[in-house]
Structure formats: C-alpha cells, structure tokens
Design a binder for this molecule. Structure first.
Ligand code: SAH
Length: 224
C-alpha cells in the first residue's frame, strides 16, 4: 500500500516514518510513505500557502491552489481510494478505521495547519475527514503519523508474528489480557500460576476471562 502525506512540515513526519515498524514495512516493500511539501506547489514567489480569512476572523487559512495542485499532481499518477483530511471535527479514528484503511491501495493524507484549510477543498477534493481525538493539535502532522503507524502495522506481513497484531487491544473490541516475562518472581511479585502451568487450553480460557473482565471494568462502552 502507498500513503502520500501532504504537509507544510515534512521534517516533522520524516524521522518517524524511518523508524521501527514503518521503516521495516518500507524496506520489505509492503508499504510506501511519501511526503510532499505543500510549499513546492505554491505559485507564490515566497512559497506562501496561507492567507487571511474572509470575514475578518483570527488566524491564517491554507489556500485552495497549492493543495489542489498537489492533489491533482498525485491523482495524475494513480487512482486514490481516499483523500483524507486530518481534522478535529472528523470521524473518530479507531482500530476499525485503521483496519479498513489498511486494506486500501493508495491513500492521500492532507495535514492542516494554522487555522485550517479553505473549506472548498473539503467540499470538493476530500473524501474522508478523520480526527485522532477530541483535542486540538497545532497541525495534522502528528495525526497523519498516528494513522500511518496504526494502518501500516496491520498490513499483512509487516509484523512477522501476525498473531501479535491480531491479539492487540481493540482487535475484537476487547482490551488485551495482562502480559508477563521472565523472571517468574521479582521482588516477591509473582506471575499468575496459570501462565506457568503449560496447560494451553486453560491459559486460553484465562486470557479470554482477563480480557473480558478488563474490558468490562475499564471500557464498558466497547461491549455495547
Ligand atoms: N480551527 C480548527 C483547528 C485548527 S488546528 C478547528 O477549530 O477545528 C490545525 C490543524 O491541525 C487542523 O486543520 C487539522 O488538520 C489538525 N488537527 C488539529 N487537531 C486535530 C485532531 N484532533 N485530529 C486530527 N487533526 C487535527
């Protein structure tokens, strides 16, 4: 799969995309992440991409033209499944949205900055608006990085132990059971006996019970 991220601050995302799972996915040829500096699409000699809002409101607004030029240039190369805008008033990003997007071929993610983007872009070019939570960030860069990470790590083959991605929190609308590693006892703190029993069926039951109990206690909303 391929993700094209449009931003005024590519450096903010670049380091992130070249570490850990995102780097590995790209090396394995399972994902491509391309960063596009919106300023490169500005027709202005100062490379400006923003202007004052109509109506005398506060803040600056990202203009239509550079965004349109960048998206058009990308669309001329390939078809896109979604043109996503990161926005605090968008649909809430969660594991279901990540699963859905991980099955797409080509995605554009547009990062807003300043006060936001000219609304006409949202009306005419954006196919999906996504928020990563009910708080306001300075720009969409962190949101794009969060989405790219959550999407790419579940592309088949990216995590070598696929079971490990499937058993993560939220995959069945359930929180994960607690996990432990060696030693079996540390400062008198013990790993539950059942996990040392070697009884696979019982361990599976324990895991499901724990998962259900934690979900019921910590996130009852997920069980509805
Ligand atoms: N004036 C806007 C906020 C602008 S914040 C409003 O009140 O809705 C600047 C940019 O940061 C936004 O255009 C968006 O692209 C990004 N952003 C901010 N908060 C976000 C969030 N919770 N999820 C996704 N993107 C966000």
């Amino acid at each position: 799969m391929r993700i094209d991220i449009i931003t005024v601050l590519p450096a903010m995302i670049e380091g992130f995309c070249n570490e850990s799972i995102l780097a590995r996915a790209q090396k394995k040829g399972l994902a491509e992440i391309h960063l596009h500096n919106l300023r490169d699409y500005s027709a202005d000699k100062w490379k400006r991409v923003d202007d004052y809002p109509y109506g005398g409101f506060a803040g600056m607004v990202m203009q239509c033209e550079p965004i349109d030029r960048c998206i058009s240039a990308l669309k001329a190369e390939r078809d896109y499944d979604e043109v996503i805008f990161t926005s605090p008033d968008g649909e809430q990003f969660n594991q279901h949205v990540a699963n859905d997007l991980s099955m797409k071929q080509n995605l554009i993610i547009l990062c807003g900055h300043y006060k936001g983007i000219d609304h006409r872009i949202r009306e005419h070019l954006i196919t999906r608006e996504i928020s990563i939570g009910d708080y306001v960030l300075t720009g969409g860069e962190l949101a794009a990085a969060v989405m790219a990470d959550a999407i790419v790590r579940i592309v088949p083959g990216v995590i070598s132990d696929e079971q490990s991605a499937l058993s993560d929190c939220f995959q069945d609308d359930m929180l994960s059971a607690p996990i432990y590693t060696r030693p079996a006892e540390y400062k008198g703190w013990k790993v539950p006996d059942i996990l040392l029993s070697g009884n696979e069926a019982k361990i599976k039951d324990w895991e499901m019970e724990q998962s259900y109990e934690r979900t019921k206690r910590l996130r009852p909303d997920l069980l509805k």
